[in-house]
Design a protein. Structure first.
Length: 272
């Protein structure tokens, strides 16, 4: 069967993996374009108005895939609605940050410097990223906007050890709790994001499964060092979330030796 669609993606990108698996689950063939490996891919995306991934393209039409509903609409399939509540998602975010803190504390400073395959991301970077995923949502929920920059934040120079990272997580946990109590468990209807004004629930759900996916990866890192995770992830953290089947990627194994030290690709000098 000829592939009418092209999927532009990058290793370690949770939304990229979720998009690819969604199309595969619905029997929709596509050409897979890893923008880290294809030097022309970012120019192709820029020509149609996109600066990063994931993007699904068909001819001259394309869709940015941060919201899976957009992907479903673009390819003409239905998307199962979440059965979780906003309270469920907030609770899971807190549990996921606690899990990330536990797993980070199991890793030495040397182990935190290990890299994921196919991109320039260390385990330290990932731990920080988990907390910034939730922090980015909170910035939007408190009246600002969720910007791509939130996902690209790197640990400051003074955030080196697992305890440093755990302290960052504790700050975000406190911010989450204060926000949730401050809105009396009734979040605003919509928030501003870098992909448009969206329903708050949709962005919160995406935030939660995004953080959960990376917690799965961090749990796998702990196991890869021969340790049992301090409190395995279970239904309390993961149940009901639209998670990818794979933990890292469906085309690159997490234990691959293929480490790429180039930064995550963005088009030219765009500030995000």
């Amino acid at each position: 069967m000829t592939a009418d669609y092209r999927v532009y993606w990058a290793p370690g990108c949770s939304s990229c993996l979720r998009t690819k698996e969604f199309l595969l689950d619905h029997g929709i063939p596509f050409e897979s374009v890893n923008i880290v490996e294809d030097p022309d891919a970012l120019d192709e995306l820029a020509d149609i108005g996109f600066r990063t991934v994931p993007v699904v393209r068909r001819g001259d039409a394309a869709v940015f895939c941060q919201d899976l509903q957009d992907v479903a609409d673009f390819v003409g399939v239905s998307l199962k609605k979440s059965e979780l509540s906003a309270a469920d998602l907030v609770g899971k975010c807190d549990l996921l940050m606690l899990a990330a803190q536990r797993y980070l504390r199991q890793l030495s400073e040397e182990q935190l410097a290990g890299h994921f395959p196919g991109r320039d991301r260390t385990y330290r970077d990932l731990g920080y990223h988990i907390f910034m995923v939730i922090q980015g949502f909170l910035e939007a929920a408190e009246g600002g906007s969720l910007e791509m920059e939130a996902f690209l934040r790197m640990p400051p120079e003074d955030v080196v050890t697992s305890e440093h990272l755990a302290a960052v997580g504790e700050e975000v946990r406190s911010t989450l709790s204060d926000w949730w109590e401050g809105v009396n468990h009734q979040p605003p209807e919509t928030v501003k994001t870098y992909y448009g004004v969206r329903a708050t629930f949709s962005v919160l759900e995406r935030t939660t499964w995004h953080a959960a996916q990376h917690c799965r990866q961090l749990e796998a890192v702990v196991k890869s060092h021969g340790m049992a995770p301090d409190g395995a992830l279970g239904d309390a953290e993961l149940g009901g979330l639209p998670l990818p089947k794979n933990i890292y990627d469906n085309e690159i194994a997490m234990d691959s030796e293929a480490v790429d030290t180039r930064p995550f690709p963005l088009k030219h000098s765009d500030p995000a």
